[in-house]
Design a binder for this molecule. Structure first.
Ligand code: ATP
Length: 265
């Protein structure tokens, strides 16, 4: 028996963070997500790609119950985070969103100081006992988001006064300040110039050491650069899911191939 162990270990894949099974989403009569099942690994960047309207953002929003805020949205299926059902009635969506943070397409700092943007989550979740602990969390989060050096001398200045790329990194700092386990990013670079984009991409690569990151992107180059796993969606279905290298070099489904070679989408 013991002889088997090393071999078993060698083929063990990373821990599964999210286990999603038979997921459907409806907006009124629109069936936006159709029977999607997928495992999202820990300490991995997973990219969701596919043509406009295929359901990437909708599925991403299921992972921290952001669709709860849309009246006509109906979410079905099983979504387990570390084995726990996130749609269980006992789960508080606000607590869930601290664990499963989100960064949006357009940088959306609060109309508050740089410091208060980052301190907001830790304050409402009571993560700091005193001011010096809060200062530490703010500094650590800004460092993790690779923006500390640029803002450390103007923490009291408004977050909205930063450049677009800096604002997006501030929003990433805000998201990591609550020590999330998963970071959802919905086209986080679409409003950024190439330099800011590459800074955020480097950051995503670093964040992977501590988090499970799921990114929706329209850029196949970006998916290829930052992710280890890629999911291709088409018309609400998950067509193909696998190692990013395999999806881009040897797709199994003709629809994936058409999309990555630019024939659909
Ligand atoms: N709030 C909403 N109310 C009604 N229908 C919606 C809503 N949000 C999305 N949809 C519909 O659900 C489907 C999937 O949309 P979704 O935004 O998830 O796609 P997407 O792949 O992220 O698209 P894009 O790449 O253009 O952002 C589309 O048909 C869209 O029109």
């Amino acid at each position: 028996m013991n002889d088997m162990r090393p071999a078993e270990r060698a083929v063990t894949t990373k821990d599964i963070k999210f286990e999603c099974r038979n997921c459907d989403v409806y907006y009124g009569d629109t069936h936006a997500i159709k029977d999607v099942s997928v495992d999202v690994e820990d300490k991995t960047v997973t990219a969701f790609i596919g043509p406009s309207g295929c359901g990437k953002s909708t599925f991403l929003r299921c992972l921290n119950r952001m669709n709860d805020t849309i009246d006509i949205a109906r979410v079905e299926g099983t979504y387990l985070l570390d084995g726990e059902d996130i749609y269980d009635k006992r789960v508080d969506p606000v607590q869930l969103r601290a664990k499963v943070g989100m960064v949006f397409q357009k940088p959306n700092p609060f109309p508050k100081s740089i410091y208060d943007n980052v301190a907001y989550g830790p304050r409402i979740h009571g993560l700091a006992k005193n001011k010096s602990q809060l200062d530490e969390i703010v500094e650590k989060s800004l460092r993790r988001a690779a923006i500390w050096e640029e803002v450390k001398d103007r923490l009291a200045a408004p977050g909205t006064g930063l450049s677009g790329g800096q604002q997006q990194r501030l929003c990433i700092a805000r998201a990591v300040a609550t020590e999330p386990e998963v970071l959802l990013m919905d086209e986080p670079c679409s409003a950024l110039d190439p330099i800011a984009t590459s800074q955020v991409e480097e950051l995503i690569d670093e964040l992977r050491e501590n988090y499970s990151v799921v990114i929706v992107t329209h850029s196949m180059q970006q998916a290829a650069r930052v992710s280890q796993k890629t999911a291709f969606f088409h018309l609400g279905s998950l067509v193909e899911f696998g190692q990013t290298g395999q999806i881009f070099t040897n797709p199994k489904d003709p629809r994936t191939e058409s999309y990555i070679t630019g024939r659909i989408g």
